[in-house]
Design a protein around this ligand. Structure first.
Ligand SMILES: *Cc1c(COP(=O)(O)O)cnc(C)c1O
Length: 348
């Protein structure tokens, strides 16, 4: 394919922050990892990562999992019984992007709430809780997502999350945070991660997104919660052996890749600025972190836009019949942003 891209014939890949590859430092960390059998609790690298993450969020314990989906699904399984109802946004990843996992793995159902960009409010949560009535499913869990993926990487209002926490306490519900991109939110807002540990019963974070690891997620919670989660992880087939080689990438990312997320956020804002100059770019969700979601109008459809960009050496994703998504990450350099802005500027 003919491409104007000057980056060693590599495409500039904005499809997702999951497309990063480990660099030399991370690969070195893998090679030097001490490992053991984690199903027996004997992998020093996994134990170190779990302790590090629990401490970072001020939680008692943590569990290394192969993916964010597995972390979320394990949390939901531990917090619910079959027939229960989970309250979350209609745009929540746990609801729309995990293959119907809530029904499949936990036998629970979802009470989807229409919020603003995937963020729901305390009053809506309260209204969604079922009364103690045999006709109704038992409401047992509320799931929030920060940043919100389908909401364009927006950061949840802290006060609203605290209010939701209060509602959960009053009604005896568990509160789980899908924090696949929680590090992006922490860097964007400057919040203390330990406040999240205080508010949520459980938190999942992804290492395979902005943190740049090839795989992995960590689930945090109380000792009792993580003990149950460890059993469920085994049942789900997620008990790994010498996965310390992978956990070492997580330790490396915790030490090297958090603060630099600010660069991804800046890159996203620069792309947004270039796009908003164009008359064919319609409504764009506010750009708060590393995700841009915008409508294309006139002669352009999201697919035509993605096809055009691909010919120019840039990969973006058409995520609906009206919207395009661009995600910045570790493997996108300032040069690549400048090149992409030039390509956008040249479009009619
Ligand atoms: C990517 C993502 C997940 C799941 O992560 P995987 O590791 O890809 O399974 C969960 N929640 C949100 C919001 C995500 O963006």
């Amino acid at each position: 394919m003919l491409s104007r891209c000057k980056f060693f014939n590599k495409m500039i890949d904005f499809r997702s922050d999951t497309f990063t590859r480990p660099g030399p430092g991370m690969l070195q960390a893998m090679l030097q990892a001490e490992t053991g059998d984690d199903v027996f609790g004997e992998d020093p690298s996994i134990n170190k990562l779990e302790a590090m993450m629990a401490d970072y969020f001020g939680k008692a314990a943590a569990l290394y999992c192969p993916s964010g989906t597995m972390s979320n699904q394990i949390a939901i399984k531990v917090h619910t019984l079959p027939g229960d109802e989970v309250v979350c946004s209609n745009l929540a990843h746990v609801y729309i992007y995990e293959g119907g996992g809530i029904a499949f793995n936990s036998g629970a159902q979802v009470h989807p709430v229409i919020g603003d960009r995937g963020m729901i409010r305390a009053a809506q949560v309260e209204a969604a809780i079922n009364p103690d009535d045999v006709h109704k499913a038992r409401t047992s869990l509320v799931c929030l997502e920060n940043t919100s993926n389908r909401g364009g990487g927006c950061c949840y209002d802290w006060e609203e999350m605290v209010k939701i926490g209060d509602v959960c306490k009053q009604h005896g519900l568990s509160l789980h945070l899908d924090g696949a991109r929680l590090f992006n939110a922490l860097v964007a807002t400057g919040q203390d991660p330990k406040t999240y540990g205080q508010l949520f019963d459980s938190i999942s974070v992804c290492l395979n997104k902005g943190m740049g690891c090839p795989m992995g997620s960590v689930l945090m919670g109380s000792e009792a919660f993580i003990k149950s989660a460890r059993r469920i992880r085994k049942k789900f087939g997620g008990g790994l052996r010498q996965a310390g080689y992978m956990a070492a990438t997580g330790i490396y990312a915790m030490e090297n890749n958090i603060a630099r997320l600010a660069e991804d956020h800046l890159h996203a804002k620069q792309l947004a600025q270039a796009l908003l100059e164009k008359s064919f770019v319609g409504h764009m969700l506010p750009v708060e972190t590393n995700i841009l979601i915008f409508e294309v109008t006139g002669d352009w459809t999201p697919q035509l836009f993605a096809d055009y960009m691909k010919k120019e050496g840039v990969l973006v994703m058409a995520i609906s019949t009206t919207q395009v998504r661009i995600v910045t990450h570790l493997d996108v350099t300032a040069d690549m942003i400048a090149t992409t802005c030039d390509i956008i500027a040249g479009m009619a």
